[in-house]
Design a protein. Structure first.
Length: 949
């Protein structure tokens, strides 16, 4: 690791080529600027429609530059500190505010209706800078062709165009994040401490814009420690730690300077955290996670992690062509990185950063599109990479194979993305904001003195316009986010009675409130009645600004709220009809029962208070009757045991090739684990698809999941099929021994179940009725979560996935559930034995071999006995205690091993062995701590979710 890399002279051709590439980049930046500057300050008429921008504008117009550097770092006294200027909270980064105020004072545009324009200009500049850093990073990782395509696609990305039109912190944070990854990549490739310092500095500046940029640090740390080729040596690890330490120093000092009010000061060396700053950030984390209930988070109720974000990203924020290509690029890049391809190894930082952000922000309860902005430039880079990779591969293919696809693949994606960008920019920023249009209409068509009902938590219309005063109207507030009480109903009726018009400034409330029908039955009913005309109001005017290309208009009103509500919300004006009757309104709203309101948090919403929605109930009805699902007279129910074993073995053997490929460090290459993992793969894939309501949980879906498993195994071993077959030949004894362990465990508990199939404790009973009913519900449900067999109209409020594992072979084989119920526990116990045997064998007999095979087999058998039979040891201690008691009856004067042997002989000679207390073994820690054991579940004939776990 050196301080800085050597400077190498460049040839004349190199300089000419470099100038040409810079010219291409400059042209791309001109295109990007055209989209971002379109209507930058004119389209919304100084109306401050973005709430984040509005808040930053208020604060930016209040603060001022401090008189000295000392005052700048003096947190309690600094005139630039929002807290010192009367703001009780400030959740944004300080750096964008500082830069905006600095430029505003320099240009003389620091007033409330001016400074936002300065902030927008800087936001646009930051977004253009992101394109530059993305170009530099792509050129260093993938080459200049990918760099040009990355910059062009990023210039056309709609979300970047949209956010560049607002004074918010996300574009700033993304710019510095792109710079951090570029310098981090350069430090990794050139082993330069100077680049590591610059990367760290960029991280600190990004964190000073938005603290979530902290995620950059683990990415840089991993990349610095992991070498570009091979495994890290001790020297490389030390160099990596040194580089990361330098980056941390740069990040800290940059953050200390750019975010001074995160510290108490009063001098630059004062490093105590400001508790007010920390409290604000912690509050925002809790709000984003859904822990704290605030109205503007209701929009996310019932939305699914990852899929919701991906759907809106693909459909709206990027456009289908670019969005899908990004996902393909991410998948291909990750796969080729895992496979060890050299070029993808260079993309380590890009891939880790993208995957980490998708994993973290995609799983958040708050799913604002801007949260994902720092990953867009890397996603677009991966899209450019896979497009050119596919183009090159197709160009080398035979003409009749590729069909000329290589010539239009990348242009098709660019053209599609460009058309979507043109439609968005032209439709949204090429005409006045929809609320300005609505305000002009209201002033021109609604007489002064009229009472307008407007919704809280949204902008009140009409907006103030030159020569027009919104004070000419009276206003009544529709507080529809308030708790549902009789008082709220009375107020709602009163507002409707006194208002001549209802103004909906957006779909913010009308789209989010129905997501929580159990919490807002009254408000949900109100919107339904209003839109149907039953309340006595009619739609008078509708203002919708849409993306368009000439006559082609794209309705995006159903996109997630933050994509439309800031720059082109749907506005509706409803007028009271002459036949409006207060008594009718009262009767309609009085019919809503408020005694069943559940004040559920948004994060817990969308679950219908554990009730199936009407749609879900209808979806479950076609599942069929039991006689339609199972045939008592077919082969499966005539010979259930062999059919069951065949299904289980086929699922297991289908997973063996894939496990052999991914578990080279295990002695049996995962053969023992295949008994449960093959089943688990098919169960999980089919459960996931059925949970997403994409296909019913029926035999065709299970067969499709099984075919996917077969395809994965085929792909994993096709290139090494000779080695796989040779391993099977060489390790055939190990394979057969493991198989014997599985079948032995299966046979043992099959015998136990056959010996007493109705094992029922005379006092304690058991959970068999509950488990069997739950299993039947899982088997009969087409979609998940399954219906509750004990609560009509409800869903199972229980961890049921273990029963899905049992349901898979039931549905594949067609065996009656009452028979399969008694085959499931032997299957699970056999899989447990095989897994325990495989694990112990792998620990004692790694591929190179440390002990003899016989000793390793003994350790495997011991693991089976300890895990499968003795469990938590309490059952074994009970057996020893009972033998001790019986031995004392036969030989009162004996002790120790002699007394135990006497007890054994007593049992052999016919003495009755006392009943084993299964319940005691599950409560050996204490009465409140339940410790399920396998012999308990199997012995009582209860293949529940815990035994499957």
């Amino acid at each position: 690791m050196r301080l800085y890399p050597p400077l190498l002279p460049r040839s004349l051709d190199g300089w000419r080529s470099g100038r040409l590439h810079l010219l291409v980049l400059a042209l791309i930046l001109l295109v990007a600027a055209g989209f971002r500057l379109n209507g930058l300050e004119s389209w919304d008429g100084d109306s401050h429609q973005h709430p984040d921008e509005r808040f930053l504008t208020i604060v930016g117009s209040q603060v001022s530059l401090p008189a000295s550097i000392g005052d700048y770092f003096n947190t309690p006294r600094s005139s630039l500190n929002p807290y010192a200027n009367g703001q009780p909270n400030y959740a944004y980064g300080q750096l964008p505010l500082t830069l905006t105020r600095l430029l505003a004072e320099w240009t003389g545009r620091s007033g409330y209706d001016q400074i936002y324009g300065v902030g927008r200009a800087l936001s646009t500049l930051a977004d253009l800078g992101t394109i530059v850093f993305a170009w530099l990073l792509a050129r260093r990782v993938f080459g200049v062709r990918t760099a040009h395509l990355t910059a062009l696609l990023l210039a056309l990305t709609v979300l970047h165009i949209q956010l560049a039109h607002f004074f918010t912190v996300d574009t700033f944070a993304t710019f510095f994040a792109a710079g951090a990854l570029f310098f981090g990549q350069r430090a990794w490739q050139r082993e330069s401490l100077l680049d590591a310092l610059l990367a760290g500095t960029m991280v600190g500046l990004s964190m000073a814009s938005k603290v979530s940029a902290l995620l950059l640090l683990p990415v840089l740390g991993l990349a610095f420690i992991w070498p570009r080729r091979g495994r890290p040596t001790v020297t490389q690890l030390l160099d990596g730690v040194t580089a990361f330490g330098v980056a941390l120093v740069g990040a800290f000092f940059a953050f200390r300077v750019a975010e001074p009010y995160a510290f108490l000061g009063p001098a630059v060396w004062g490093l105590r955290l400001n508790p007010q700053w920390f409290t604000d950030k912690a509050y925002q984390v809790e709000v984003s996670s859904g822990t704290i209930d605030v109205p503007f988070m209701i929009q996310w109720a019932g939305t699914s992690a990852y899929t919701f974000v991906l759907q809106n990203t693909i459909q709206w924020a990027m456009g289908p062509a670019l969005g899908l290509t990004c996902l393909v690029g991410l998948a291909v890049g990750t796969w080729r990185l895992v496979r060890g391809h050299a070029r993808e190894r260079e993309a380590l930082l890009v891939l880790i950063w993208t995957l980490l952000n998708l994993a973290y922000f995609g799983g958040q309860f708050a799913k604002f599109l801007r949260y994902m902005l720092p990953t867009y430039f890397t996603l677009v880079m991966l899209a450019a990479y896979v497009l050119l990779l596919a183009t090159d591969r197709l160009a080398r293919a035979r003409p009749w194979t590729s069909g000329g696809l290589h010539r239009w693949l990348a242009p098709a994606v660019v053209t599609s993305t460009a058309l979507w960008a043109l439609a968005f920019s032209n439709g949204i920023y090429g005409q006045p904001h929809s609320r300005l249009q609505a305000s002009d209409w209201i002033y021109g068509n609604i007489p002064a003195g009229a009472t307008l009902a407007t919704e809280h938590w949204d902008d009140r219309l009409p907006l103030a316009q030159p020569g027009q005063d919104p004070g000419r109207y009276r206003y009544a507030e529709l507080a529809l986010y308030d708790p549902e009480t009789p008082d709220k109903r009375a107020k709602l009726e009163g507002v409707l009675d006194q208002s001549q018009y209802v103004i909906m400034a957006s779909r913010r409330l009308s789209a989010s409130i129905p997501r929580l029908p159990e919490r807002y039955p009254l408000a949900t009913t109100y919107y339904r009645l209003l839109q149907s005309g039953q309340l006595g109001f009619e739609l008078m005017a509708r203002f919708q600004v849409e993306p368009n290309l000439g006559p082609l208009r794209i309705d995006d009103s159903n996109a997630q709220e933050d994509f439309t509500v800031y720059d082109h919300p749907l506005v509706e004006v409803w007028r009271k009809r002459p036949d409006y009757a207060s008594a009718t309104t009262h009767g309609l709203l009085e019919a809503v029962a408020l005694d069943r309101v559940v004040n559920v948090r948004p994060i817990d919403g969308g679950r219908g208070a554990l009730l199936l929605s009407s749609t879900e109930q209808q979806a479950q009805l076609p599942a069929g009757t039991w006689s339609q699902l199972f045939n008592r007279d077919d082969l499966s129910n005539t010979l259930p045991l062999p059919v069951w074993l065949i299904v289980v073995e086929v699922l297991a053997l289908s997973a063996v090739p894939m496990l052999w490929r991914v578990l080279p460090f295990v002695a049996d290459r995962g053969f023992g684990a295949s008994k449960i993992l093959g089943l688990a793969f098919v169960a999980y894939v089919s459960w996931l698809i059925a949970s997403l309501k994409l296909a019913p949980f029926e035999r065709p879906l299970l067969l499709l999941a099984w075919l996917a498993l077969v395809a994965l195994s085929f792909a994993a071993t096709w290139g090494r099929r000779t080695a796989f077959v040779e391993w099977l030949r060489r390790e055939s004894r190990l394979v057969w021994v493991t198989e014997a362990v599985f079948l032995g465990g299966f046979a043992l508990f099959l015998w136990i179940r056959a010996a007493n199939p109705d094992l029922w404790h005379p006092v304690f009973g058991g959970e068999k009725p509950m488990n069997f009913a739950y299993l039947n519900a899982v088997v009969k449900s087409d979609y998940f979560p399954p219906y509750d067999p004990w609560f009509a109209g409800g869903i199972i409020n229980y961890y049921y996935f273990g029963l899905v594992l049992v349901a898979v072979p039931i549905k594949l084989s067609g065996i009656m559930p009452e028979v399969a119920f008694n085959l499931a526990e032997p299957m699970l116990f056999g899989a447990l034995c095989a897994g325990a045997f495989s694990l112990a064998l792998g620990l004692s007999l790694p591929p190179r071999g440390l002990v003899r095979r016989g000793t390793a087999y003994l350790s495997g058998i011991a693991a089976v006995l300890l895990m499968g039979i003795l469990g938590n040891l309490d059952a074994g201690l009970q057996v020893l205690g009972q033998l001790w008691t019986l031995g004392g009856e036969r030989s009162p004067s004996s002790g120790g091993i002699v007394r135990l042997l006497a007890g054994v002989f007593a049992v052999i000679q016919g003495a009755r062995f006392p009943v084993l207390d299964f319940w005691h073994s599950t409560r050996f820690i204490g009465p409140e701590d339940v410790g399920p054991i396998h012999e308990f579940a199997a012995g009582r004939g209860e293949p529940d979710a815990e035994s499957a776990r």
